[in-house]
Design a protein around this ligand. Structure first.
Ligand SMILES: *[C@@H]1O[C@H](CO)[C@@H](O)[C@H](O)[C@H]1NC(C)=O
Ligand SMILES: *[C@@H]1O[C@H](CO)[C@@H](O)[C@H](O)[C@H]1NC(C)=O
Ligand SMILES: *[C@@H]1O[C@H](CO)[C@@H](O)[C@H](O)[C@H]1NC(C)=O
Ligand SMILES: *[C@@H]1O[C@H](CO)[C@@H](O)[C@H](O)[C@H]1NC(C)=O
Length: 609
């Protein structure tokens, strides 16, 4: 019985970080310095949230473990280390394992394991090892998204016996590999800190497959985390960015410098792209670029808490929970549910309400979700922690309306922790945060079971019962309430380069050089150009093609810097200076992979007549 032997899995009430003015850098290596102090100061503000956390914490832990096979009593048919989404087998049938959900669930387990003092719980270690093992097997399973080398890693869900799910579905979903990498890297980092590099080397091939997938595919569209919209998605980009950033660090620690450089280049580019989701008009994050909705979506709240790095302060670049953009976004998101759910009626505009995935949602009638409502509280607790740690909070024009909910006369500025404004705001924000916990508490049955949703009008649990992700979200929110922090992941001090218009400039990454040569007879006034599938060759646009110079006519040549180790296709064209007429060489396209970083090659091509 896994659940019984793990009774001390989480001890929410006893361990509280001494939050005020703690240096939060290097939390990973100094986790043993977490102090224990009376919780009265932090936790007595809202008794109903507190009571609920005391009662629900152990039940959420048991509920989560019960859904992991085969020892979990709701998942006995699942392969070892497989987390089912829910034991519900009809309306809806969630008896599958989603790569995303499983990674988030195991992140909770790994973080707890890594945080625990020795002697650690070996049954948790066994569970983590079986997760890693099962995921490595799933990577090999050919499925409707492809096989291990042709995109199969983007498959969203599998049968619980490790076979492919072949029904129609919203695929691919490109957040899974990055989330899984982040979970396995958290484990790998713990192993490195605990002198077990041998096992990190065993895990590395699995991690690398996921990171390579992310590095190659982050700039493509896919289905969002709710499996409905195929476009670019904020959550997905944020998860990919984090995975690449951590992957680069781990690769470096394993002396894989070339990989570290390429992950880091793609992390820079994903971070650039992440900025583009901010919608300055509405002061919120447009969660999907497609779908025809407002874009107001729990996607962005979940991304902010998944991106939380206690050492990164309130940096808006990674949409840290206390960043002005993330707080403004939180207000827009929460407010969008005030009038559409009956159970939120009559609640004051600055008090907590039940929230759902997005206001336009119609799935199962469009209801509040436990995990989204918990996520709001978690973002607020994360923020409170950082403000206390840095000893101040800042109000910018972007976050002003968020803070004015709690003090209508408050102005932009920097407020030190000993100021009255700081005291008033943080105390009201803590009450606000506790309110979201209490709202979920009011809709949790006596048994502590957390379904996926509760009715927007009757407040009764609905849709899939015992959703594993609901339990995981309760646990991370309760931990944040108690100031127990996730481990920093490298969000601190990140920077992007901007052009004169303030737009982020992508990092081309390591370059190589190609000398293109081709023979072509031309008439007076005609010149030979090259164009192709990459920006350096003008993206197939003759107007941006690169001109070759004659060299021993009819031979033409040009030397071009190309991103290293990149496969691309191209054609030569002839353009008439006077008429502008373009003559393309015939199919097929030339295709080539550029050499490694810093290297140079000469390609002597034949014009395709
Ligand atoms: C994956 O599919 C490609 C294309 O069909 C094929 O060439 C390759 O051998 C397959 N790889 C595996 C491991 O099955
Ligand atoms: C390293 O970790 C693996 C996986 O948990 C374990 O089997 C092995 O015994 C560990 N090795 C050492 C030296 O601790
Ligand atoms: C790919 O990246 C570029 C540059 O950031 C961006 O303009 C484009 O929208 C991205 N496309 C996708 C599908 O991510
Ligand atoms: C912001 O507003 C401007 C002017 O009204 C409009 O042209 C633009 O499309 C809006 N952008 C977004 C992302 O809504």
């Amino acid at each position: 019985m896994v659940a019984l032997s793990l009774i001390c899995f989480l001890s929410f009430s006893s361990v509280v970080v001494n939050a005020a003015h703690t240096s939060v850098t290097n939390v990973r290596s100094h986790s043993s310095s977490f102090g224990v102090k009376s919780s009265s100061q932090i936790t007595m503000l809202s008794n109903s949230a507190n009571d609920y956390i005391q009662r629900e914490g152990p039940l959420a832990q048991a509920g989560l473990l019960a859904n992991i096979g085969p020892k979990g009593n709701q998942a006995s048919a699942a392969a070892p280390g497989i987390a089912i989404a829910s034991p519900s087998t009809s309306n809806p049938n969630y008896m599958y394992s989603w790569t995303r959900d499983a990674a988030l669930v195991f992140k909770v387990i790994v973080d707890h394991y890594a945080r625990s003092p020795a002697p650690r719980d070996m049954s948790l270690r066994t569970l983590i090892d079986s997760y890693a093992d099962a995921q490595s097997k799933l990577q090999e399973v050919e499925n409707p998204s492809g096989n291990i080398t042709t995109g199969g890693l983007g498959e969203p869900k599998f049968n619980i016996d490790l076979t492919a799910f072949t029904g129609s579905w919203g695929r691919p979903q490109r957040d899974g590999p990055g989330l899984r990498a982040t979970t396995l890297i958290a484990y790998a980092n713990w192993l490195l800190d605990n002198s077990n590099k041998t096992h990190v080397n065993t895990l590395w091939p699995t991690i690398q497959l996921d990171l390579d997938y992310v590095a190659d595919n982050w700039n493509k569209t896919g289905f969002d985390l709710w499996e409905e919209v195929s476009s670019s998605s904020f959550w997905t980009t944020a998860a990919q960015h984090r995975a690449l950033r951590q992957g680069a660090e781990l690769a470096k620690a394993l002396s894989k410098d070339d990989l570290a450089e390429s992950y880091s280049t793609q992390a820079d580019n994903a971070l650039c792209f992440l900025q583009s989701y901010w919608n300055p008009n509405g002061s919120y994050i447009t969660s999907n670029t497609g779908g025809g909705r407002s874009g107001i979506d729990a996607n962005s709240i979940l991304a902010s808490i998944h991106s939380f790095d206690p050492s990164a302060g309130c940096d808006a670049l990674t949409f840290q929970p206390c960043s002005d953009k993330a707080l403004s976004n939180l207000k827009t998101y929460v407010d969008s549910f005030r009038t559409i759910y009956g159970i939120n009626e009559g609640i004051a505009e600055n008090e907590a309400v039940a929230t759902g995935r997005y206001p336009e949602d119609i799935y199962m009638g469009g209801n509040p979700w436990y995990l989204t409502t918990f996520a709001v509280s978690e973002q607020l607790y994360d923020s409170l922690f950082v403000w206390d740690a840095q000893g101040s909070l800042q109000i910018t024009p972007v976050s002003l309306s968020f803070f004015q909910q709690f003090s209508s006369n408050v102005q932009t500025g920097n407020y030190e922790a000993d100021s009255q404004t700081y005291g008033t705001l943080t105390s009201k924000i803590r009450t606000f945060a506790d309110g979201f916990i209490a709202v979920n508490g009011n809709h949790t049955p006596e048994s502590g079971s957390l379904a996926e949703q509760y009715g927007k009008d009757d407040g009764k649990p609905t849709s899939a019962r015992d959703l594993t992700w609901s339990y995981a979200s309760a646990i991370t929110s309760f931990l944040a309430h108690d100031g127990i922090l996730p481990i920093p992941w490298g969000a601190q001090g990140l920077q992007i380069r901007r052009d004169a218009n303030g737009h982020c400039i992508s990092n081309p990454g390591p370059m190589s050089e190609i000398v293109f040569e081709v023979e072509r007879n031309t008439l007076y006034g005609e010149n030979v150009y090259i164009t192709g599938s990459i920006g350096q060759l003008g993206d197939w646009d003759p107007a941006n093609a690169v001109r070759l110079e004659p060299k021993n006519y009819p031979s033409w040549t040009v030397r071009i810097e190309i991103p290293a180790s990149t496969t691309f296709s191209y054609k030569y064209i002839v353009q008439d200076q006077r008429s502008g007429q373009v003559t393309w060489e015939n199919d097929p396209n030339h295709e080539v992979a550029s050499p490694f970083k810093g290297q140079s090659v000469v390609l002597s091509d034949t014009w395709h007549d």
